[in-house]
Design a protein around this ligand. Structure first.
Ligand code: 13P
Length: 277
């Protein structure tokens, strides 16, 4: 089955661009993200954590959210997950891509589970992201401190045996704010890009706080999806606080909505304008 997201990502790679996968957690973010992608006419990935999806599905139904916010420019992705049944549920619900993150397991186990998901996803035209080497830090309940670097021999074996659509590599990147960037080792991505087929697509986790030169180099090596969560969470809370401080006598949901839409759209536009357009 044809994978629409794959086409969009291959196009970006040809142009030397990348899109972003934003970890969204509320309806203001959703509306602003969809609005900005349509305005700029560029693909964007709406990414949900497993924890947020479980919360969301109790209240609204994930299929409803996808139906409502699906446009020609929006794609839905499940971030880090090891629960095979939950990943299958997301595939059945209409996600464009899902991540099976077996990076904490031994390579044999990682490959075995990735293949189960690859086979299931293939029938639905859904892409699969895999990970080798651990991204440190916690992303909405997933993960722990302590990173590890992806090993080139394992990367080659994993890609050869799984034919993974999207490859995320631990290169010293981390979820959350970086204290320093000393641990980032872009040569891992360079080696992988040199050794794998030229059409291999890569993902960069831990996008918050990465400097422009690292992002540009990663894109030049085949990264087409960059994950942003922490920066979005911070800016969302900053917008809420600023609005509350400036409007302490005004209980006006419409101006609050406008405040969030304007502020969040600016954030999405900054990233997409710079690296995707
Ligand atoms: P940041 O929290 O650094 O933005 O990383 C997000 C991420 O990689 C989600 O998987």
């Amino acid at each position: 089955m044809k994978k629409k997201l794959s086409k969009a990502l291959v196009e970006l790679k040809k142009k030397g661009k990348s899109t972003f996968a934003f970890n969204l957690q509320n309806f203001y973010q959703l509306e602003a993200c969809v609005f900005t992608a349509s305005k700029l006419k560029v693909p964007v990935i709406i990414q949900f954590s497993e924890r947020f999806l479980r919360f969301l599905n109790d209240k609204y139904s994930v299929e409803y959210i996808i139906r409502k916010y699906k446009t020609d420019y929006t794609y839905f992705h499940l971030d880090h997950c090891i629960d095979l049944d939950f990943i299958k549920f997301c595939i059945d619900s209409g996600f464009d891509s899902v991540m099976y993150d077996g990076s904490a397991f031994a390579i044999d186990e990682n490959i075995k589970n990735t293949l189960i998901i690859m086979e299931y996803a293939e029938k639905a035209g859904c892409l699969v992201e895999g990970e080798l080497g651990k991204v440190s830090g916690v992303e909405d309940g997933f993960g722990e401190e302590g990173s590890s670097y992806a090993e080139i021999m394992e990367i080659i074996r994993y890609v050869k045996e799984t034919k993974i659509d999207l490859m995320a590599l631990g290169i010293g990147n981390a979820h959350g704010f970086y204290e320093n960037l000393d641990g980032i080792d872009i040569s891992i991505l360079k080696d992988a890009s040199n050794q794998l087929e030229a059409n291999q697509l890569f993902v960069l986790h831990g996008g918050t706080g990465l400097p422009e030169n690292v992002i540009r180099e990663a894109i030049s090596l085949g990264v087409v999806k960059i994950n942003i969560s922490t920066q979005l969470k911070k800016e969302t809370m900053d917008l809420v606080k600023k609005f509350a401080n400036n409007n302490n006598k005004l209980y006006n949901e419409i101006s609050y909505h406008d405040n969030m839409m304007v502020g969040l759209s600016k954030l999405f536009e900054n990233y997409l304008h710079k690296y995707t357009l």
